[in-house]
Design a protein around this ligand. Structure first.
Ligand SMILES: Nc1nc2c(ncn2[C@@H]2O[C@H](COP(=O)(O)OP(=O)(O)OP(=O)(O)O)[C@@H](O)[C@H]2O)c(=O)[nH]1
Ligand SMILES: [Mg+2]
Length: 417
């Protein structure tokens, strides 16, 4: 099933933090009250959640943007702003998240796994937070932090829910062609199918009527199995590995064949078991095909279908979808795998003679959320930068007193205290 990869780009914007307020208490009997500006609320986060409710990345192709709401600004009377609402973006299980450089960041393999893909900006602190014994009447507050914004490449490696297993010519490709959008080659000779085909069966819809199903599922048509396949005869063997991850096996018995149904079933199960005995534990459905041209002596008892007349097809899909659902509900959750997280530390880099740039989330944040035109706020920013170690990284990068330093929109001269 190599080559069957679904891809899409997605743009996620977390909510911005609300601004802190500048306000002072006003009471009838208190002429000059203390600062009471409340904090802004944080912006909402954007989460990716793997879910069986979606089976492809198609929805993102036309609508790649998802946005969480902003935090509310703080107000006077120490009123804090409300937090922005988080949003959850559902992706199919098996989704691989990459950055635009193609590096894997996270894989959401099991169902219900959550990963925070864009973090909301922190709310700015109101002036009440800046009260200290030195600062009796702080007349500044922080801006809210801008929420994270990211483009990601999403990739989905499809693993089939159902694998079609049968002798060559049993009608596997014909069946997948009438229940899904797959268009494989069909012909009246063995080994027509040389490569596996995948098709998505749309929940509840067939050309011959509806069936009960709560989600789409994926069916794989693999090359026919013959006796001796497990020892390498025919083509089937090299493709058996493709069905190792499928949830349900559908054994198709050719009812038009001279070989009795029982013998076909025995050979197919034998070959599967010899390849990997775990395959025999997989839930399976055994179905007779080509009932419209069946050999009356085939001795088959059970569900029969015809891909030509459609008889039995809605019932078949109903039973398959029930089985898939059962397996979904017992499947153990696989752990979330995080390959790469964004660095959080501070870096100083020389960009020219006597010129340095400082990057890193904390440093940029201190600069971005404060009004640099306000001297008191600027004072606060300087002490904050020192506290998080900007002086140290500048020295380590070779900065000398008198050099220029740039952090976001702030430029200043590196000076000894
Ligand atoms: N009458 C009738 N013919 C069918 C039915 N299903 C398949 N056929 C015919 O059976 C032949 C083989 O069908 P395929 O779907 O190619 O069989 P396959 O199992 O994919 O075969 P391989 O790819 O060789 O393994 C074709 O001529 C089909 O038209 C059916 O339900 N009724
Ligand atoms: Mg085929």
């Amino acid at each position: 099933m190599s080559g069957f990869i679904d891809e899409a780009q997605i743009h996620l914007k977390a909510g911005d933090g609300g601004a802190g307020a500048v306000s002072f208490r006003r009471e009838a009997h208190v002429p000059r009250g203390g600062p009471d500006g409340g904090d802004g609320g944080s912006g909402g986060d954007v989460w990716l959640v793997s879910s069986t409710n979606v089976s492809s990345l198609l929805a993102f192709k036309d609508h790649p943007h998802r946005k969480a709401s902003n935090g509310v600004h703080g107000q006077g009377k120490a009123k804090n702003g409300a937090r922005g609402q988080d949003i959850e973006v559902e992706v199919p299980e098996g989704t691989i998240v990459k950055n635009l450089n193609g590096e894997i960041i996270v894989q959401l393999l099991g169902s219900g796994q959550r990963w925070m893909a864009a973090q909301g900006g922190r709310g700015g602190r109101g002036n009440a937070s800046f009260l200290s014994n030195k600062r009796r009447a702080p007349n500044f507050a922080e801006q809210g932090e801008v929420g994270e914004e990211h483009w990601y490449n999403l990739e989905l490696k499809l693993f089939a829910d159902v694998a079609l297993v049968g002798f060559p010519n049993a009608g596997k490709s014909t069946l997948i062609s009438v229940i899904s959008s797959a268009k494989p080659k069909i012909a009246n000779y063995p080994f027509t199918t040389l490569e596996p085909n995948l098709g998505v069966v749309k929940a509840g819809i067939t050309q011959w009527g509806s069936f009960g199903a709560n989600r789409d599922f994926i069916v794989a048509d693999i090359p026919g199995l013959i006796e001796g396949a497990s020892t390498g005869k025919g083509l089937g063997h090299q493709f058996l590995r493709h069905i190792e991850r499928t949830k349900v096996l559908l054994l198709l018995i050719d009812l038009s064949s001279e070989t009795s149904a029982l013998v076909q079933e025995k050979i197919l199960l034998d070959e599967l078991g010899k390849y990997d005995s775990a395959l025999l534990e997989r839930p399976r459905l055994i179905v007779g095909s080509k009932t419209d041209v069946m050999n009356p002596d085939n001795g088959f008892e059970g569900l029969t279908i015809s891909a030509v007349t459609g008889s039995g097809i809605p019932k078949l899909l109903n039973e398959l979808s029930q089985l898939v659902k059962q397996v979904d509900s017992i499947k153990a959750e696989e752990p979330i795998v995080i390959h790469k997280i964004e660095p959080d530390s501070i870096f100083a880099r020389k960009i020219g003679e006597h010129n340095f740039v400082v990057t890193g989330k904390e440093a940029l944040r201190a600069v971005a959320v404060n009004d640099l035109n306000n001297p008191a706020a600027l004072d606060y920013v300087q002490s904050r930068l020192k506290k998080i170690g900007v002086d140290k990284v500048l020295k380590r990068a070779g900065a000398m007193y008198g050099d220029s330093v740039h952090i976001g929109s702030l430029s200043f001269t590196f000076e000894q205290d």
